[in-house]
Design a protein around this ligand. Structure first.
Ligand SMILES: Cc1cc2nc3c(=O)[nH]c(=O)nc-3n(C[C@H](O)[C@H](O)[C@H](O)COP(=O)(O)OP(=O)(O)OC[C@H]3O[C@@H](n4cnc5c(N)ncnc54)[C@H](O)[C@@H]3O)c2cc1C
Length: 276
């Protein structure tokens, strides 16, 4: 095995929340052989772009594996985009749009990797990965994706996504560009993109919107330490500056309790909270 091992690696540098203690080790696997070797190290876990995870302040007692090298390949042929799991989803979506393909515009503002997005069945503005993904190479190989809201079979099976293929349709380049510009503008106007966060913190409860419930419970702007319920979009917990993971977890509990007491709705985090 030829990969470099980074010991005591601060996870705050690998997550969009910008908090979390050190991982015992972090390795970047550049091909399947290196990945298989890395999986032999203690307590391996795969990290994509770190945009939907919260590590504890104590960090992670094990091996965090990131995918580089061969996992960063991207191609667009005909109506099909093929991307390694380490490719940024937005880059894959933008490559499709640039070739006049429609159906992937929804993904241009999602800051995850292809692997993380397939695993989470990421989605936005009426589109989801499930709508466009038709082939996934995974370890072990899993041919039933079982996609549903922020769920996939890869979660159930603990499978690692190596690459994915997406099928799109030929579209009108001007309409595609206009749609991307519109969705980008909507994100800029409605989401607190200048602060570190992991996007919408909670899943959408059946029949409700998490952000609306949190806002109606009077929690907009409420803080625990450096973590705050965004004043712009109450569905986001942001790192206002120097937030610890315990601040975020403390605020999460406060939001869950307040919303439950007020409306009887149990909010479930969409963000994956990783135990030490
Ligand atoms: C500002 C902002 C806006 C966002 N907007 C959206 C949005 O509109 N829609 C949406 O759905 N999400 C959104 N998110 C959340 C996030 O970007 C998505 O959930 C994304 O799909 C996570 O991908 P990631 O690579 O960052 O995964 P990570 O956060 O790195 O990991 C998430 C989970 O996926 C697993 N994982 C990662 N890669 C692999 C792999 N190759 N194989 C198996 N498991 C893997 C990890 O182990 C972890 O359990 C947003 C986040 C931010 C910060």
């Amino acid at each position: 095995m030829d990969f470099k091992i980074y010991e005591n690696c601060p996870l705050s540098e690998h997550t969009t929340f910008r908090c979390g203690g050190p991982a015992d080790r972090l390795v970047v696997a550049e091909n399947k052989e290196q990945l298989l070797a890395a999986l032999e190290l203690p307590r391996p876990m795969i990290l994509g772009n770190g945009s939907n995870v919260l590590f504890s302040d104590a960090g992670y007692r094990g091996t965090v594996i990131k995918l580089g090298g061969n996992f960063l390949k991207l191609s667009v042929r005909g109506g099909v985009v093929r991307a390694g799991a380490g490719v940024l989803l937005a880059a894959a979506a933008k490559a499709a749009c640039a070739k006049g393909l429609t159906g992937f515009e929804f993904a241009t503002g999602i800051p995850g990797s292809v692997g993380g997005a397939v695993y989470m069945n990421a989605g936005a503005y009426g589109g989801t990965i499930a709508d466009v993904c038709f082939e996934v190479e995974s370890l072990p190989q899993t041919d039933t994706f079982d996609f549903s809201y922020r769920h996939s079979a890869f979660m159930e099976q603990g499978a690692i996504i190596l690459s994915a293929a997406f099928r799109l349709r030929k579209g009108d380049p001007e309409e595609i560009n206009a749609k991307v510009a519109d969705l980008t503008a909507q994100r800029k106007a409605k989401q607190p993109l200048s602060y570190p966060s992991a996007g919408s913190f909670f899943k959408r409860p059946e029949g409700y919107f998490a952000g609306k419930l949190i806002q109606d419970a009077g929690l907009k702007g409420v803080s625990v330490g450096g973590a705050q319920v965004s004043e712009l979009h109450a569905g986001f917990i942001i790192n206002k500056g120097g937030a610890s993971s315990s601040d975020v977890i403390g605020l999460m509990h406060l939001v869950q309790k307040t919303v439950f007491d007020r409306f009887g709705v149990q909010l479930v985090p969409e963000v994956r909270i990783i135990e030490e």
